[in-house]
Design a protein around this ligand. Structure first.
Ligand SMILES: [Zn+2]
Length: 268
């Protein structure tokens, strides 16, 4: 991710982060795109840009600013507010912007010897030139699984969702442990959280989940045995639901929603 010397008339996507939020234009609906000279940013605001990658063959830049930038008709929005409202790949790029910014912020000093680290100019990494330790952005693998029992799906109300004032009934999820396969992680998490055993564990797809740096790996599975017994540290409740009698489920754009819909199709 070298600093690029780019033509002044270059069109690009601008991911401008300030105090944990993202600049969006036109009443917060759009990620800024275009020639930086024609966008409503103060002069020099994008001088410290980092190349994130490309979206639709155009470069994407991360710019971190302190305080509030005057962005005309634009405003500051949370990353979460874009979920399901913009193209998935553009959302993933916005998530990458947050993760890369977090990486540089949290890896200024060597975890091995404590000396100051320096960015490497040809890849996204920090290196300690004292002890040669090198580090990369953290990605935390996490499984998420929808479980079917005959014509019903298991949905749970999570403690953390209630705390976040987001009371949805959703799939089960959990972080992969060191030395664990994804399939073993699915079986373990399900048993720990609801006390049942599952079978026919199948991978579906994945979704980067930049809150702050998870990679959700989505599975579906079938009920095998046991009675629901929730872990009170994680869940308020969990129940089996028919497709025609569902509680509030996660919004579109989330892998949880995708797994739930896929499972409900199998419940008909
Ligand atoms: Zn070191």
């Amino acid at each position: 991710m070298a600093e690029l010397q780019t033509a002044l008339d270059e069109n690009a996507w601008w991911f401008i982060l300030s105090e944990g939020k993202l600049v969006a234009l036109d009443k917060g609906d759009f990620i800024p795109f275009g020639n930086v000279n024609e966008l409503p940013f103060p002069e020099g605001a994008t001088a410290n840009k980092r190349l994130l990658g490309q979206y639709k063959d155009q470069p994407c830049y991360l710019v971190e600013v302190e305080g509030s930038l005057d962005v005309g008709l634009g405003g500051y929005v949370t990353l979460r507010s874009f979920l399901g409202r913009i193209d998935d790949l553009l959302f993933d790029m916005a998530g990458r912007a947050f993760q890369i910014a977090l990486f540089y912020k949290t890896h200024q000093f060597c975890g091995q010897c404590g000396q100051k680290m320096q960015p490497i100019n040809w890849e996204v990494a920090m290196k300690c030139y004292h002890c040669q330790h090198r580090t990369y952005p953290r990605v935390s693998p996490c499984i998420i699984v929808a479980i079917r029992k005959n014509k019903q799906i298991l949905l749970a109300l999570h403690n953390r969702h209630l705390k976040e004032n987001y009371p949805v009934y959703t799939t089960l999820a959990g972080f992969t442990e060191a030395g664990e396969t994804l399939e073993a992680c699915v079986a373990r998490e399900v048993f720990e959280e609801v006390g049942i055993k599952v079978k026919n564990i199948r991978y579906v797809s994945s979704q980067p989940w930049p809150f702050p740096h998870s990679l959700m790996m989505g599975f579906i599975a079938d009920y095998d045995s046991g009675e629901i017994k929730v872990d009170p540290h994680e869940l308020i409740e969990a129940n089996w639901y028919h497709a025609n009698d569902l509680p509030v489920i996660p919004r579109h754009g989330t892998i949880a929603r995708k797994l739930i819909e896929k499972t409900l199709k199998r419940c008909r």
